[in-house]
Design a binder for this molecule. Structure first.
Ligand code: APR
Ligand code: PHB
Length: 394
C-alpha cells in the first residue's frame, strides 16, 4: 500500500490533519487501533478557541458546529464567594470561544472522512514505524491477522500520549519535560440545564470547581479530588452535594441535579517532548504534549499543531518548499509552550494545594487579586483563553 502522508491515530489531531490534507489534494491513510465507537466514547473538554473554529471551517467540517455550537463572549471566575465576569470579547477585540464538545468535533470529522472516500483503517494492531530518517519511510501493521505495509513520504504521529510514534524516536534525541499535579478532576456529565449561562472556574477551600456545559440542556461539572479517590466512592448524590457545598448559595439553589451520563476521575499532567519531529516523522497533539484541563487547551493545541503541519506539507507538495519541513517543531513548540504556561498558571491560580507553604498561599491569593482585579490582568487571561494567534508559515 502507498500514500503520501501516513497518519497514525484517528483522534481529533489525525482526523483534522487528514481532512485538511485530503482537501488540498494530498493523499493520506489513517490507521486507528480502536473502533470508531470506542474513539467517540471518550469524553473530553468542550471549548474551542477562535483559531480552532476557523480551522474547522477551513476544513469544511463546521456545518453542525456552526448550527449547534454556542458562542460564548465571556467566562466567569469565582473566588471566596465573589463572582468575577471576564468579558472575553470586549477584552480581545471581538474574539470569543465556541462551546462544542470534542466528541462532536470527532464525530463530524469521522463523517467527513467517510464521505470523502479517503482511506481510514480501524482496528489495526502492532503498528511500527520504519526508515523515518530517509525520504521513503513506511508503517507496518496488522489488520484482521494479516501483515500490511504502508509506504509513504511522511508519517504524522497523531496517536496520543500512549501511542507508538513518540516511542519510535530514539530516547537520546528527545528531551522530555513533565510535571504531575497532586490531585485529579472528578467529572460528571448530565442532561440538566447548565447552572449559569457562562462557564464558571471557581476556587474554594474544599477544592476547585468547574461548571461547564455541552449545550443548553447538557451540563458538565468537575470537582478537584485527591488522587487517591476512587470514582465508585462518588455516588451522583455525593457529587451534587459536594458541588453545592463549593458554590455560593445563589448558584447552589439554582443547580438542577440529575442522573449522571458519565462520571470519571482524570489525573492532571503537564508534559512536552522536544523536538516534535524526527526525520520524516512529525508528532502532533497529545503524542507530543499534555496539559492539565484548566483552560481547555488540549484539543486547541492539537489543532494548532495541525495548522502548522498542514500548511508546511502544502507548501512542500504544491511549491516545493523542502526547507520548511525542518521548521515544524519550532513553529509548533512556540505555541505549545504558551498553552502549557497558561494551563499551568490557571491550575495554580484555582486549585487547593495541601502542601503549599503559607508564603506560597499568599502568593496565590495575590495572583488572584492582581489578575482578576486589573484590566491588564483580565486581558492577559482573556487573550490566552480565546487563543493566541498562529504564526504565519512562509
Ligand atoms: N496505533 C494506532 N492508533 C493508535 C495507537 C496505535 N499504536 N495508539 C493510539 N492510537 C489512537 C488512539 O486510539 C486514539 O484514537 O490514536 C488516537 C489518539 O487520539 P487522542 O488521544 O484523542 O489524541 P489527539 O488526536 O492528539 O487529540 C488531542 O484530544 O486527547 C485529547 O486532551 C486531548 O483534547 C486533546 C485532544
Ligand atoms: C469541559 O467542558 O469539559 C471543559 C471546559 C473547560 C475546561 C475544561 C473542561 O477548562
Amino acid at each position: 500500500m502507498k500514500t503520501q502522508v501516513a497518519i497514525i491515530g484517528a483522534g481529533p489531531s489525525g482526523l483534522l490533519l487528514g481532512q485538511l490534507l485530503h482537501n488540498a489534494g494530498i493523499a493520506t491513510v489513517v490507521l486507528e487501533r480502536q473502533t470508531p465507537e470506542y474513539v467517540l466514547g471518550r469524553i473530553r473538554a468542550g471549548i474551542l478557541e477562535s483559531g480552532t473554529v476557523s480551522l474547522l471551517r477551513e476544513a469544511g467540517v463546521s456545518r453542525r458546529m456552526d448550527a449547534e455550537g454556542l458562542v460564548h463572549h465571556g467566562v466567569e471566575f469565582l473566588f471566596d464567594g465573589v463572582r468575577i465576569p471576564v468579558p472575553l470579547s470586549e477584552l480581545t477585540e471581538g474574539k470569543s470561544v465556541m462551546v462544542y464538545g470534542q466528541t462532536e468535533v470527532t464525530r463530524d470529522l469521522m463523517e467527513a472522512r467517510a464521505s470523502s472516500g479517503a482511506t481510514i483503517i480501524y482496528g489495526v494492531s502492532n503498528v511500527q514505524l520504519h526508515d523515518m530518517k530517509t525520504d521513503k519511510p513506511a508503517v507496518t501493521f496488522e489488520k484482521d491477522g494479516e501483515a500490511c505495509r504502508l509506504e509513504c513520504d511522511f508519517i504524522a504521529g497523531c496517536d496520543g500520549f500512549h501511542g507508538v510514534s513518540r516511542q519510535a524516536i530514539p530516547k537520546s534525541v528527545l528531551r522530555e519535560y513533565e510535571s504531575v499535579w497532586p490531585f485529579g478532576w472528578l467529572g460528571l456529565l448530565a442532561d440538566t440545564p447548565p447552572v449559569n449561562p457562562e462557564l464558571i472556574y471557581a476556587h474554594h477551600e474544599r477544592g476547585f470547581v468547574l461548571c461547564s456545559q455541552r449545550s443548553l440542556t447538557r451540563s458538565r461539572y468537575y470537582l478537584q479530588v485527591p488522587l487517591t479517590d476512587n470514582v465508585e466512592a462518588w455516588s451522583d448524590e455525593r457529587f451534587w452535594q459536594e458541588l453545592k457545598c463549593r458554590l455560593p448559595s445563589e448558584l447552589a439553589n439554582k443547580l438542577v441535579t440529575g442522573h449522571s451520563l458519565e462520571k470519571s476521575i482524570a489525573p492532571l499532567r503537564s508534559y512536552v517532548v522536544e523536538p516534535m519531529q524526527y526525520g520524516r516523522l512529525f508528532l502532533v497533539g497529545d503524542a507530543a504534549h499534555i496539559v492539565p484541563p484548566t483552560g481547555a487547551k488540549g484539543l486547541n493545541l492539537a489543532a494548532s499543531d495541525v495548522n502548522y503541519l498542514w500548511r508546511i506539507l502544502c507548501q512542500f507538495y504544491h511549491h516545493g518548499r523542502e526547507d520548511l519541513l525542518a521548521s515544524y517543531s519550532s513553529f509548533a513548540l512556540n505555541r505549545v509552550w504558551k498553552g502549557e504556561r497558561f494551563s499551568w498558571f490557571m491550575t495554580h491560580l484555582l486549585h487547593d494545594f495541601h502542601d503549599k507553604s503559607p508564603f506560597d498561599r499568599k502568593m496565590q491569593e495575590a495572583d488572584r487579586r492582581y489578575y482578576l482585579g486589573s484590566r491588564a490582568g483580565l486581558t492577559t487571561i482573556a487573550e490566552n483563553y480565546v487563543g493566541l494567534p498562529y504564526e504565519t508559515v512562509r
